[in-house]
Design a protein around this ligand. Structure first.
Ligand SMILES: CC[C@@H]1C=C[C@H]2CCN(C(=O)[C@@H]3CC[C@H]4C=C[C@]5(CCCN5C(=O)[C@H](Cc5ccccc5Cl)NC(C)=O)C(=O)N43)[C@@H]2C(=O)N1CC(=O)O
Length: 114
């Protein structure tokens, strides 16, 4: 049985930064679309990851990113938050400021207890 617990969820468009092109591109395929993004905790080993699936029918997984201790979560704007993993930069363009703030609060908690 999967032990992971969803600590929070938010609607956001998941973006990746294309270093070569110096521009943000939507994560996944099929163009820009809103996803439901969760922060999951695995209590068995105190790990966390960000998982996002498109709201549209195919529910494509567009992000599955383990959180790494020491990661800096940057709230660039009230609606656009970002962080680096070992290979790329993720951006979340949230549907609303309240969801964004709640997601950030959970994210900062996770990074604090990692
Ligand atoms: C979806 C469109 C998008 C919406 C919102 C705005 C918000 C600002 N913004 C950016 O891309 C800003 C502007 C400058 C550019 C330059 C570099 C970038 C890109 C790659 C990362 N980065 C960093 O500044 C990182 C951040 C960081 C700090 C600390 C910890 C982690 C990180 Cl990731 N700094 C390091 C040192 O890594 C960057 O975010 N940048 C977004 C943006 O214009 N648009 C509109 C468009 O693109 O049309």
């Amino acid at each position: 049985m999967r032990l992971e617990v969803s600590l929070c969820q938010a609607r956001a468009t998941v973006m990746l930064y294309d270093d070569a092109g110096r521009r943000w591109v939507p994560a996944g395929t099929g163009g820009q679309s809103v996803s439901r993004v969760h922060i999951y905790q695995n209590p068995a080993n105190n790990t966390f990851r960000v998982v996002g699936r498109k709201l549209q029918a195919d529910q494509q997984v567009v992000i599955n990113c383990p959180l790494v201790r020491g990661t800096k979560y940057n709230e660039a704007t009230p609606n656009f938050h970002q962080w680096r993993d070992s290979r790329q930069v993720w951006g979340l363009n949230f549907g609303g400021k309240d969801e964004a703030a709640q997601f950030a609060s959970t994210m900062l908690h996770a990074l604090d207890v990692l």
